[in-house]
Design a protein around this ligand. Structure first.
Ligand code: SF4
Ligand code: SF4
Length: 417
């Protein structure tokens, strides 16, 4: 590796060295408590799938260049030079980790392997060795933000075509637009994903609650975060922040996308609006009596998969259960404590990589498939697009026979007049 490239990569490494990150890199006692916590290891017990092994790939570079071991005893100090030979190891470590943070809740020191893997991902970006598709998708989002006027017309036309289906789900008061856009001073800016499934049920529920809302021009998903590029993550996030400020909304509601919710709620700093997940908003509507649900709609057992970025990493745990208590008397918990729920195996950009990662995703999520199967439920609900895709793949692969549904879709189908 050229000296200049190594220096650039080490500068990227250094940019990640916050106090907590240094603690994560220096503290591991190799106690192994986290080993079984990782779904990849629990499903495929190979040392390379343990959280501590993954972290060690990054830790050895850290020791070589940022700690005394590298200067005094590089051979004995478990150090590793940053060169071409380590790039494949970084890639294997980073893209076999979904960033679910289940290992962190087991670790006695709270070591955040997902954060350590963010260094691995950044080094891959710097070395142009990241999965190209993720960077490409991030670039598409960025260019959309730069040329908003050129795609507005097509977007508005697409939205218009969905209005009839929204009204079918919830009759609409005359004079109101079923899918409002560009409403200055709206209470809520709803940020959806590309696709009718993310817009139609949400619109019906907003309208049933008589919400003053407006649909964002931008999709919620942040491919910059999946690929671990902080610059692109910020540009993609800022498009939504600027739109929310321009429209002077009071709240930004993120659709069923775990990463989008985590990025907007945890990385957007101080802002003049509140950030909520759509699950929190629906739970609030039920509490305030703004919507009612018909329990007779689903007469089968329902289970719920907690998306890692919304539940364990986002704290939204009670809200989906509150919604489910209005949907059914036959709710079956998947794990004793949702904080310890198994990851679906599709996060961290793995689902976005599609077929390329399918084999690994199915094998590494065997424990998840078993957990789902044990519930004996007929409907498997979740509140994240990535999880929904991965769970649908698992359903097919392991022949689970479940009906995989978005929670918002169940809510919109059960809306009572
Ligand atoms: S964050 Fe999740 S996938 Fe990554 S090492 Fe920890 S348990 Fe495994
Ligand atoms: S539980 Fe924590 S301290 Fe123990 S091996 Fe895992 S990361 Fe290291």
């Amino acid at each position: 590796m050229e000296k200049r490239i190594r220096e650039e990569l080490l500068a990227l490494f250094k940019s990640k060295l916050s106090r907590p990150m240094e603690m994560y890199l220096e503290t591991c006692a190799r106690c192994g408590i986290c080993t079984e916590a990782c779904h990849a290891y629990a499903s495929m017990p190979l040392p390379k799938y343990t959280p501590a092994y993954r972290a060690e790939v990054v830790r050895r570079i850290y020791k070589n260049y940022f700690r005394w071991q590298g200067k005094t005893v590089p051979k004995a100090g478990e150090c590793k030079k940053l060169d071409e030979t380590i790039i494949d190891e970084l890639k294997e470590a980073a893209y076999s980790c979904t960033g679910c943070r289940r290992c962190m809740v087991y670790c006695p020191f709270g070591i955040d392997t997902q954060q350590i893997m963010s260094i691995a991902k950044l080094l891959l970006v710097g070395a142009h060795a990241e999965p190209e598709l993720l960077s490409l998708l991030a670039d598409v989002s960025i260019s959309k933000g730069e040329s908003i006027d050129s795609f507005k017309e097509g977007f508005l036309e697409g939205v218009k075509n969905l209005e009839e289906e929204v009204v079918e789900k919830w009759r609409h008061e005359a004079g109101r637009t079923p899918i409002p856009t560009e409403v200055v001073g709206a209470e809520i800016l709803y940020v959806a994903l590309a696709g009718a499934h993310s817009i139609i049920p949400a619109a019906a529920i907003f309208n049933a609650a008589k919400e003053n809302w407006t649909l964002s021009f931008f999709e919620a998903v942040n491919f910059g975060a999946f690929v671990g590029d902080p610059t692109k993550t910020k540009i993609i996030m800022d498009r939504i922040i600027n739109e929310a400020k321009r429209l002077k909304v009071k709240e930004v509601c993120i659709c069923e996308c775990g990463t989008a919710f985590r990025v907007m709620s945890q990385l957007s700093g101080s802002r003049p609006f509140k950030v909520s997940s759509i699950t929190e908003v629906h739970s609030r509507y039920l509490k305030e009596g703004r919507i009612r649900l018909d329990k007779s709609k689903f007469n089968v057992p329902i289970t719920y998969h907690d998306p890692c970025q919304i539940a364990r990493n986002g704290g939204v745990i009670d809200e989906p259960r509150y919604i489910l208590s209005h949907l059914t008397d036959n709710f079956i918990e998947m794990s004793q404590d949702p904080k310890y729920n198994w990851c679906c195996g599709g996060g961290g950009g793995l689902v976005a990589l599609g077929e390329e990662t399918l084999d690994f995703r199915m094998k590494s999520a065997k424990v998840k498939a078993e957990q789902i199967s044990k519930t004996g439920a007929a409907i498997l609900a979740t509140a994240c697009e990535n999880c929904h895709t991965q769970l649908s793949n698992l359903n097919e692969h392991y022949k689970l026979g479940m009906n995989v549904q978005f929670l918002s879709s169940l809510v919109s189908d059960a809306l009572a007049k």
